[in-house]
Design a protein around this ligand. Sequence first.
Ligand code: FAD
Length: 472
Amino acid sequence: MAIQDSGTHTVVGDASLQELEESLRGELIRPADAGYDEARAVWNGAIDKRPAAIVRCAGVADVRHAVEFARSQDLLVAVRGGKHSLPGFSTVDGGIVIDLSNMKGMRVDPAARTAQAEGGLTWSEFDHEAQAFGLATTGGLISTTGIAGFTLGGGIGWLMRAHGLTCDNLISADVVTAEGELVHASADQNPELFWGLRGGGGNFGVVTNFEYQLHPVGPVVLAGPVFYSGDRAAEMLRFYREFTQDLPNEATTLLNLATAPPAPFLPEEVHGKPIVVLVGVYAGPVAEGERVLQPMRDLGDPIADLMGPIPYVAMQSLLDALYPAGMSNYFKAGFMDEISDQAIETFVEQYGAVNSPANEIHVHHFGGAVAEVADDATAFGNRSSEYVLNIIARTPDSNGFEAVVDWGRGAYQALEPYTAGGTYTNFMSQGDDRLKEAYGSEKYERLVALKDRYDPTNLFQLNQNIKPTKDS
Ligand SMILES: Cc1cc2nc3c(=O)[nH]c(=O)nc-3n(C[C@H](O)[C@H](O)[C@H](O)COP(=O)(O)OP(=O)(O)OC[C@H]3O[C@@H](n4cnc5c(N)ncnc54)[C@H](O)[C@@H]3O)c2cc1C
C-alpha cells in the first residue's frame, strides 16, 4: 500500500511494486535498478525528476494494470510516448510513469491508405513503415518526436498545408480510461471523446493505438533549406510575408531566424553568425515544387542552398542533429494573422538580442488544408491563423538557461501585440498559463465536460491540464 513521506509525496511500498511487476508482460524500472537514470531521462534536459517507478508497457494489458495501480495507490501519473514534452509532463517526482516507448507495432493498409500505429512510435519509425508504400501523414519536423503526444496536441509539420494537422488525419483511437477500461473513439463510436482527443492532449486517458489516414507522398519530394545572411532578416521577413500570400496547399514553409551552427554544409566563416533559414517542402510533383519554391532560392547571395529533390524520410530527419536530447529547452508560441512592418522591426530587434547561439525564432506558414477543416470539428484551437510564431530558447546544459528563458519570454512579450492571441498547447513550456486561450472559452468548456465524464478525479493531470469541474 501507499504511505505518505514527511513531504507531500506518496511513497509506494516495495510489496505493492512487486505485485505490479508480477502483473506485467513488460518491465518495471525502480530507482535501485541499473537502467533507472537512463529510463527516467526525458528529452528536455531542463527537467530532472525521480519517479517511484517506470512501467515499460508491452501492451494494452500492461497499460490497464499500470492505470489501475496508480489509481488504487493514489499516485501521480505521467504518460509517455516519445518523451518530448517541453514542460516535462512525461515524468514525475515520486509518481508512476506509464511508458509506451516499447509499444511500436504498426500496420499499414496500402490499399485503404491507413495505418494502425501504437503509442510508442516516433515519427522516424512511423515514416519508415508508411514510406515503404510511398505513404505518409503530417509528422514532426524532428523525427525523434513521439507520435502520441504530438497527435493529441494537434501536430504541425511539413505536410500540414497539404493534408491538415496530424490530428485531422486521426481516424480512430484506442483509449485506456482512468477507470482502466478500453474504449474505442472514432466519428461513430464515442464521437465526443474522439473530438477531444484531436487537440485536447493526454487529458482523457492513455491512447494505446492510433489509426491514421495516409496520403501518397514522395518518396522523393522537392524540399530543404536555403540559408541567407542574418543581416537580411527584415528583407527576408518582407519576402516571406509576400511569398506566403499565394502559395498552393502542397507547399509548407518556415522562416527561421537563427545562428549558423558549425555544420559542414555552411562555410566556416559564417559559423556562429546570424543566419536566416528559409525551409520548404512541396508535397506534390518534384518539378512543380521546383517552380513553386524557386522564389525562396532567388533572393541573391545565399550562404548555402540545400533545396532540391530529397527523399521525404531524409527531409524528416534533416534537422534532427540540431535538436539533440538533453539540452535545456524553452518554447513560447502564438498565432499571427499577418506580419506587419512594426512586427518586422520587432522581430529584428529581438533577433539581435539573442543570448545563446541555439536560440531561434520560427515563423511557420499555417493555413491551407488546416484552415479547410471546420473550426468546431476538433478540439484544436486557432486553426484559421496564417502563421505560427515559435520562440525557442536553449542552452547545452543548465548553465545560463535562466538568462535564455528571460530572452525567450521577453522576445515573445515584445511580439505579442502582433499576435492573434491563443497558443499551441504542444509548444507550451514550464510556467505558460495560457491554456484557456489555446482553446477559447467555448471549446474549453466542452473539454471540461469531457474531462468530467472520462476523468473526474483528474488522474491524468500531468499534461496541459483541463481541470474537471470539481477542481476548477
Ligand atoms: C525537438 C522537438 C521538436 C518538435 N517539433 C514539433 C513539430 O514539428 N510540430 C509539432 O506540432 N510539435 C512539435 N514539438 C512538440 C511536440 O508535439 C510535443 O512535445 C509532444 O508532446 C511530443 O510528443 P511525445 O509523445 O514525444 O511526448 P511525451 O513527452 O511522451 O508526451 C507528452 C504528453 O502527451 C501525452 N501523451 C503522450 N503519450 C500519450 C498516450 N499514449 N496517451 C495519452 N497521452 C499521451 C501526455 O500528457 C504527455 O505528458 C516538438 C517538440 C520537440 C521537443
